[in-house]
Ligand binder design. Sequence first.
Ligand code: SAH
Length: 242
Amino acid sequence: MISVVVVGAETPGNIGTIARAMKNFGVSDLKLVDPPELHRDGEAYGFAGQAREDILPNAEEVSFEEIVENYHTIGFTATTNEDARRHVRFPFRTPEELADDLAEIETDVALVFGRERVGLTNEELARIDQICAIPASAEYPVLNLGQAATIALYELRELTMDESQLPDVERERAIEPEIERFYERFDAMLGAVSYPEEKRAKTMRLVRRLVGRAHPTGREITTLHGVLRVIERATQERYSGR
Ligand code: SAH
């Protein structure tokens, strides 16, 4: 399971933003180390959207020690100005790379975010298992705390959302026989309009590549079939001399 830990946040609004992003991407366990007071009518609840009903009120206050002891910890930091000679903030993973790493392991993971101004301290980072940094502009790599957590959770979505939560992109694609029939019909149309025979096979390969890359929806393929039907009718009429 993946949990989110926020260490020493000062701004309740950021905690609300994080709770909302968690709900958006299928994570429910929020833990807070040394949090500010969160009032029902305050900023945290105001920013949390539907997470104000469950994730935020169920957030548990914990100590940093408890987290280090019980989880595989990932520390999020904007500052990575180190190299192979110093290891507190190096080497680091991007969130995308982290998603691949975490897909391999089956242990409880805590994504640990730091304070708005000073982030996680070197002492804290030294006790954390892996470092993750969002590659932002070298001129200003520091994201807002809530937005950093949102990006991280988005990148890990395939690990945190189950089948029923993932939007089903695949189901919108036209079924394969319909696409195949389109190619046959397109090829027949080339024949009917006396397309140069020597170019026909090459053109068909090109059409196949183009449509294959586009992953057309059922409606799109149906419309293209309709267009070809009209062309078929027009060519038949023309060649039958009407
Ligand atoms: N100077 C601090 C900035 C704190 S920003 C630092 O270097 O970390 C508040 C928190 O947002 C950070 O502790 C970190 O958890 C997260 N964060 C901000 N920008 C980030 C980035 N580019 N990559 C990863 N986490 C980031």
